[in-house]
Design a protein around this ligand. Structure first.
Ligand code: 13P
Length: 287
């Protein structure tokens, strides 16, 4: 069922595990993630970047596809459909289109402006029963053309945003979208602990889930992270499986060129990746 992310994250925070946000790009991606969540009885968050929304013919198309798929596939676990790194305008569009959750990423604004805009969206989301994610301290790396400088968030600013009544808070702690460089110094657990101390029960969000070692993920969860975003890893596993299929020549033989067959190995690879992450995050059986 399509729900806001509030209850699943409150439970995750209390139970010391994290719910995965997996970004979707097309029908196969969405189907793979939903089927895996149902199989593992795990809550799940489907992330949609503004670029992916545009690619899939707009947020209304995405919302209609996800709602219909939940019904047709008999998905009973809680599913949140969430805008990832939204602009202020994008957040409003998703609210109208029927998303159950939005992220407003105002981290590139001066803090006062981030607070003003986040506050307005808190009021709208509260009225409609939607969850809202805010961000303080840009996440490093590039995602869909949005480049973050890898800032480390100021715990006092985090508290100011958390106090506005957002559902969950993404704070930069040295995490980066995409692959981590060889010389990456690791997550700033000292900052994470300080943010957790100031924001109390607020579920914290870890972006850039691809490539963070398992022990760091577990430590982040123990320090209050209850939502972890994964995108690049699904893209890499999808691409590798599709490439292997093509290189084996199967797409050129018999019915191998049938798009349903061509995309099947990639879809399975996404299922395997999502399963591995749900097990690592501890969300299996928590639906
Ligand atoms: P990765 O692409 O590094 O997995 O990050 C995903 C993310 O944080 C989406 O917001």
């Amino acid at each position: 069922m399509l729900v806001s992310a509030k209850e699943m994250l409150t439970k995750a925070k209390a139970g010391h595990y994290a719910v995965g946000q997996f970004n979707i790009n097309n029908l196969e991606w969405t189907k793979s993630i939903l089927l895996t969540a149902e199989e593992l009885k795990s809550p799940v968050i489907l992330g949609v970047s503004e670029g992916a929304g545009k690619y899939m013919c707009g947020f209304k198309t995405v919302a209609a596809m996800v709602k219909a798929m939940i019904e047709e596939l008999n998905i009973t676990v809680p599913v949140a459909l969430h805008l990832d790194h939204g602009t202020y305008e994008g957040a409003k569009k998703c609210i109208e289109a029927g998303f159950s959750s939005v992220m407003f990423d105002g981290s590139h604004y001066p803090i006062e402006e981030n607070i003003e805009k986040t506050k307005e969206l808190v009021a709208i989301c509260n009225e409609k029963g939607l969850s809202l994610e805010a961000e303080v301290g840009a996440i490093g790396g590039e995602e869909d053309g949005v480049i973050g400088g890898g800032e480390v968030a100021d715990p006092d600013e985090c508290k100011r945003i958390a106090d506005l009544g957002v559902t969950m808070l993404a704070a930069g702690i040295g995490n980066i979208h995409g692959k981590y460089p060889e010389n990456w110094p690791g997550l700033r657990f000292d900052v994470l602990a300080a943010i957790q101390e100031k924001t109390g029960t607020m579920p914290l969000v870890l972006h850039g889930g691809t490539g963070i070692p398992a022990d760091m993920i577990q430590k982040a969860i123990s320090l209050g992270v209850s939502k972890i975003n994964v995108n690049t890893e699904c893209q890499l596993s999808f691409a590798a499986a599709t490439r292997a299929y093509i290189e084996a020549g199967k797409d050129l033989q018999g019915k191998g060129f049938d798009p349903r067959k061509l995309l099947a190995p990639g879809a399975q690879a996404i299922r395997d990746t999502v399963k591995e992450k749900m097990e690592l995050f501890g969300s299996v059986g928590k639906a």
